[in-house]
Ligand binder design. Structure first.
Ligand code: ZN
Length: 843
């Protein structure tokens, strides 16, 4: 007990708009607990009280590092860095005697998931709780609460904390999103007035684009728990599998007028692979939160709004892994203080609710320890039976012409600790060819077949028509790979214990020309490296055969003569290109072929690309970030981000392409901006628009589109209080659809199948053109492959087109209604965008 009076003062002051200097750590901490005076408080280390300012990630890290040095209850792990170089810290918190035996405890705990331990030992086993904060950086009460919570765990004294530490391994992840937290803290702090101002119009509560929610490349990291594409997720998922925690908590914020939410969410919106008892345990854990929040007088709710469907979210991913994921949502003060429907909402108040439920989580974990440990053991016993029933069932996946794409899906399996094998030898299954080195076999008879099903299955029937997030994420479709469920392991070669990078090579030195296939995922990276050197390259618009090898549409040819490098330098350079892009380049000694000769006019020259990306107000930051990330981290291509604020002042003449990501509303740029782009396109530029840019293109005369709409939709027997569900059922929140692809059209170069799977989360349906060759991508007559779409929209999508290209002067206008770059894991359609970039002029 530090100072009883200060608690009262703090509570009083936090309900007013002034006198924040009286804020004290005691406001957050439980009463009647003594604290070890040798443990430094946050204020002693970072210079301000918890909740007085928004903690920057730098200060948060410094405090955690300082705490870890001052207590034998903590060990600190540095698990790598974010894109901006911030450390990804994890504190392991438990009793000192557990620390000295930690590796044994971990192994015994993991044995529960391998069916090795009897129930008798569960009585003596600690429970493992992973507590993570503020994965959305502008939902800061979580990470700020982590300061007080870490202090409590280090400094609290007495029987209660001793029992908790003895019986619990706490994995404390103080900031799931360091870059976003830093960005938001800067914003909130630079606007803070000495006289705290709760007026919602205050600039403090209106972040500038892109805001602090996302990470460096503007990704929502709370969608990446299953695809694991971002460095922050890789660290988290590695810790998850290292410990297989029993409970994982994910502390968020929601709208300012809301109170506090804890899971379970909507009972009808739970993924069917999650067992019922998971939700029952979640509900029982909830009784601890309710009791703790009652005690401090905070309003809350449960079993509404949020769901437990998409396994890529932090509170749902644990559920398919025998753990219990729990979402917390606190009404946000967004800055330091804000008026709300529930009175004046202070930042310290939001922090206290997060702190309180972090503690009630641990209380629940201890109160329900053996029950939850038994649940985990039983979950894996059930899985062992399910696995046995699978016998020799397996998924096989691959792309005989693109080893890299298959490799990247295998990489996800490796990160999720799913076992898989190389393909033993080339095989033909159900009409598809699988090649050793670019295909893998995933047996279902292994530890967690449910997780594999969750990644590979297609699902088109649902108990509910509302989804908080996407309704489908079938990985082999996202990668546009061939795949098959097979009933024997005859094709399984060696088990892959560590994925080796793919080696690329040049077959030899040529004095004539080099060729490489456009099918490889990294072919655009290679082509860009080549053109950026000022080397000439051309693309084949027809197939041909030379020196015994067949070359497809889109093959890239680099002639040797007349280049800026001599033949020896060119050979050396291409060897680097092949290695870095993990693809094979073939040297040929003749231009005489079967089909188009290498000197044919059916080879189009490729321009050196200079690409601009429209960002800023009006543009969806997620969509823009996905494109930036793709160019920068996968293809190593420079991309110039131009803000809508100053777009009209920019000289576009040096750019070959301008990408306009989907926007908020259809006024992405004003009339002047539209005219400027039109003039630039007429001079030879390629403008590529996404999703609702369709309306903007239409309105500003870039394209003349006919949008298909359903006019029959009327509510029948739907009562007033179900009206939002009625409209919600018409939302296509994210599902996968099949389209026919014309492989002879430049948009189809680099694909080997004439069917493609597209991810769609809009309701923009376009009427096809009259001539079939103007519809190179067209939805099939039965396009739904996985996910939810309403009957009305399903009728519209059949036979409609997700892609348009039109000439305008010497340039091109290109439109995609679907997102080809979704969340960094839709590898399968990234090439469509690259085809628009490199081959737009050939379309
Ligand atoms: Zn959130």
């Amino acid at each position: 007990m530090k100072n009883r009076l200060s608690i009262l003062v703090a509570i009083f002051c936090c309900l007013t708009t002034h006198a924040q200097e009286d804020l004290s750590l005691d406001y957050y901490l439980p009463q009647n607990v003594t604290y070890n005076p040798n443990i430094p408080t946050p204020k002693e280390v970072i210079g301000h009280e918890v909740g007085e300012w928004h903690v920057t990630h730098d200060k948060l890290s410094f405090y955690m590092q300082t705490l870890a040095k001052s207590t034998n209850r903590f060990t600190l792990e540095d698990r790598g860095t974010t894109f901006e170089g911030r450390p990804l810290l994890l504190l392991t918190v438990t009793a000192p005697e557990n620390h000295s035996n930690l590796e044994n405890i971990r192994k015994e705990h993991l044995a529960l998931t391998n069916g090795q331990t009897g129930a008798s030992t569960i009585e003596n086993m600690p429970i493992v709780v992973y507590q993570g904060f503020s994965i959305h950086g502008n939902e800061p009460s979580g990470s700020n609460a982590a300061l007080a919570y870490a202090y409590y765990l280090a400094a609290a004294q007495g029987l209660e904390i001793d029992a908790i530490l003895k019986n619990t391994i706490i994995l404390l992840d103080p900031s799931f999103n360091p870059d976003g937290l830093q960005r938001f803290a800067y914003w909130a702090n630079i606007h803070k007035s000495q006289n705290l101002n709760p007026d919602g119009n205050e600039r403090e509560y209106h972040e500038v684009w892109p805001g602090g929610r996302t990470n460096h490349y503007w990704f929502d990291m709370n969608r990446d728990w299953l695809p694991v594409q971002l460095p922050e997720s890789r660290a988290r998922i590695a810790s998850f599998h290292k410990w297989m925690p029993n409970i994982l908590t994910d502390h968020h914020e929601m709208g300012t007028n809301s109170t506090f939410f804890f899971q379970p969410g909507e009972p009808t919106r739970v993924h069917p692979l999650t067992p019922k008892i998971n939700q029952e345990l979640t509900k029982e854990i909830g009784t601890y939160h309710a009791k703790a929040l009652d005690k401090i007088g905070s309003l809350y709710y449960s079993e509404e709004n949020y769901d437990d469907y998409y396994y890529g979210k932090g509170s749902t991913f644990p559920d398919v892994n025998g753990s219990i994921g729990i979402l917390f949502e606190q009404g946000s003060s967004r800055g330091h203080i804000q008026e709300s429907e529930n009175g004046v909402l202070t930042f310290p108040f939001t922090i206290r609710n997060q702190f309180t439920t972090a503690l009630s989580t641990v209380a629940a974990a201890n109160g329900m320890r053996t029950k939850i440990l038994n649940y985990q053991q039983k979950y894996y016993q059930d899985l062992a039976q399910e696995a046995t029933k699978e016998k020799s069932n397996a998924y096989i996946f691959g792309d005989e012409k693109d080893a890299a794409k298959a490799w990247h899906l295998a990489e996800i399996l490796e990160r999720q600790q799913i076992k898989f094998h190389e393909l033993k030898e080339d095989a033909k299954i159900n009409g598809k060819s699988y090649k050793k080195g670019s295909a893998y076999v995933v047996p279902l008879n292994q530890k967690n077949p449910r997780l594999i099903h969750a990644m590979f299955e297609k699902r088109t029937t649902f108990t509910d028509s509302l989804f908080y997030d996407v309704s489908a994420w079938t990985f082999p479709l996202a990668f546009n790979l061939d795949y098959e469920k097979v009933t024997s392991l005859n094709n399984a070669g060696n088990a892959v214990t560590a994925l080796e990078p793919i080696a690329g090579k040049v077959s030899g030195q040529s004095n004539y020309a080099y060729l490489f296939s456009w099918n490889n995922y990294y072919a655009p990276k290679a082509l860009n490296q080549i053109t950026q050197q000022g080397l000439r390259a051309k693309v084949a618009k027809s197939p041909f055969t030379v020196e015994g090898n067949n070359y497809d549409y889109g093959t890239i040819m680099i002639p040797v003569q007349g280049q800026v490098m001599d033949s020896k330098e060119l050979f050396a350079f291409l060897q680097t290109v092949a290695k870095e892009s993990m693809l094979d380049i073939t040297a040929v000694g003749t231009g005489s072929t079967v089909g188009i000769d290498l000197g044919s006019n059916d080879f189009d020259p490729i321009k050196k690309q200079k690409v601009a990306l429209l960002v800023g107000n009006g543009v969806r930051s997620y969509d823009a970030g996905e494109i930036w990330h793709l160019f920068d981290t996968r293809y190593q291509m420079k991309i110039t981000k131009i803000d809508t604020d100053y777009f009209n002042r920019v000289d576009l003449s040096s750019y070959t392409d301008l990408i306009i990501p989907s926007g908020y509303g259809s006024n992405i740029l004003d009339k002047n901006g539209a005219e400027k782009i039109k003039e630039w396109v007429k001079d030879g530029g390629t403008v590529i628009g996404y999703r609702n840019v369709a309306q903007w293109f239409n309105k500003n005369g870039f394209l003349d589109l006919e949008m298909l709409k359903d006019t029959t939709l009327k509510a029948k027997n739907i009562p007033f209080d179900k009206r939002s569900d009625f409209y919600g059922a018409q939302v296509t929140g994210g599902a996968i659809f099949e389209a026919n692809l014309d492989l002879t059209h430049p948009i189809g170069y680099g694909y080997k199948n004439d069917k493609i799977s597209l991810f769609r989360n809009t309701n923009i349906y376009l009427k096809p053109e009259k001539n079939s060759f103007d519809n190179p991508i067209q939805y099939t007559t039965n396009p739904l492959q996985s996910g939810y779409i309403s009957e009305e929209n399903e009728a519209l999508i059949k036979g409609s087109v997700p892609f348009k290209v039109k000439g305008l002067g010497s340039g091109k206008v290109i439109l995609f209604t679907d997102n080809t770059n979704f969340r960094a894991f839709w590898y399968g359609t990234n090439k469509l965008m690259m085809n628009a970039i490199f081959f737009g002029p050939s379309m």
